[in-house]
Write a protein that binds this ligand. Structure first.
Ligand code: GLA
Length: 386
């Protein structure tokens, strides 16, 4: 199979002809720890993966976007000045949404011809949509001679997804796609948007474990969880009006005010306030060379997502359970929004190959699903591939 770069370039030539296009790409991401904390102003620790959305592009002299998708095999055309948020969830909406958000920000966006391709599995919780948005932003900025600022473009891509596509996600995925650092995970404070790059030692491998489960339900369940967090905050503010987000709530404060909260809202908040401490502890453990401690935090995170936040599922739990039982596994947890998609494990590098093979076999013996496991090094954020 040809690479996504080759596919994008070939699609472009087939659809639009002319001289060779330029290429922009952005990675998918896997979140190591800090789940469902980003929209609570908290901490997350994602890393870019070596799977990318790629956009082949060439500027046009008008204000039209023509885009062709290698995965969906169709060409779509839109006028940048006519774009209106409409809540569509097709691939073109992610492309058009970014052009809309650039226009709304007051930037002068030129029209462009675009061909998109990629190898981030769609709907697997590895943020294929954020990768696409950010790769499109990188391409349109280059085509329009606009300066590239990774943080601004992460926020702009998130706006495209929130307001144009109509998905109420936090900032983690777009941030990872835009600003990841090769060889590092990114400790991101979702309130200040400050980051620290955390070098991942060669002794540990990050293994992505795709359960093969794809569930449409995730969107409404995600919005439900956000609502519970808002409810918890509204109740807690009666006691402490200055609190801004669950990020500001300590486990002790939550416990003290427990009677004010509806039991479900309490349970959700109980996940968030402790999970929010884990990315910082994980980063400290990795820096201190204590990979066993980092792994334990991942195991605790999974239990909390399963029992308190209730966003896991039988397949994710099984994958994590067999992973945790393998020799060399330091820790494992579900990753991303949940309800299917992927889990992630931290594995001693020397054992990673054996781990990947045996966990996949054990999983497939139980579930007849297109599961896939792969080890990946942390990849860089969005860039031009000239
Ligand atoms: C999805 C969202 C992110 C984040 C995670 C859960 O990936 O897009 O913003 O909320 O779920 O941590």
């Amino acid at each position: 199979m040809s690479s996504p770069r080759e596919q994008a370039a070939r699609r472009f030539q087939d659809a639009f002809g002319g001289p060779a296009p330029r290429l922009a790409e952005a990675p998918g991401r896997v979140n190591l720890i800090g789940e469902h904390t980003d929209y609570n102003d908290g901490f997350v620790l994602p890393m870019g993966i070596e799977r990318h959305a790629v956009v082949a592009f060439r500027a046009r002299d008008d204000r039209r976007l023509r885009a062709v998708s290698s995965a969906f095999g169709e060409t779509r055309e839109v006028e940048i000045d006519a774009l209106q948020p409409g809540g569509g969830h097709q691939w073109i909406d992610y492309v058009a949404g970014v052009a809309w958000a650039l226009r709304e920000s007051g930037r002068l966006v030129r029209g462009a011809d675009l061909a998109v391709a990629g190898d981030v599995p769609i709907g697997a919780g590895l943020s294929s949509s954020a990768a696409l948005e950010v790769a499109v932003a990188r391409a349109l900025c280059a085509a329009s001679s606009l300066p590239w600022d990774a943080v601004e473009m992460a926020l702009l891509s998130q706006r495209a997804e929130n307001a144009y596509v109509g998905m109420a996600c936090g900032v983690m995925d777009q941030f990872a796609a835009a600003a990841s650092v090769e060889g590092h995970a990114l400790l991101l404070d979702c309130r200040s948007l400050e980051t620290q790059a955390v070098a991942l030692p060669a002794a540990a491998a990050v293994v992505v474990m795709d359960t093969g489960v794809r569930r449409a339900l995730a969107r409404s369940a995600y919005n439900d969880r956000r609502r519970s967090c808002d409810e918890a905050m509204a109740a807690l503010r009666e006691a402490a009006p200055n609190l801004r987000a669950l990020r500001d709530v300590t486990p002790a404060l939550l416990e003290a005010e427990r009677s004010r909260l509806d039991p479900v809202a309490f349970q959700r908040a109980a996940h968030v306030v402790v999970e929010n401490l884990r990315p910082v502890s994980f980063a400290a453990a990795v820096r201190a060379g204590d990979l066993a401690a980092a792994g334990r935090l991942m195991n605790e995170s999974h239990a909390s997502l399963r029992d308190l936040y209730e966003v896991s599922c039988a397949e994710l739990d099984f994958m994590v359970e067999i992973a945790q039982a393998r020799p060399g596994c330091l820790g494992a947890r579900m990753t991303g929004a949940g309800f299917g998609g992927c889990a992630v494990a931290l594995v001693e590098s020397a054992q990673a190959e054996e781990f990947t093979r045996t966990v996949e076999l054990a999983y497939r013996a139980r579930y007849d699903l297109p599961a896939a496991l792969f080890a990946c090094r942390p990849a860089a954020g969005a860039r031009l591939v000239d």
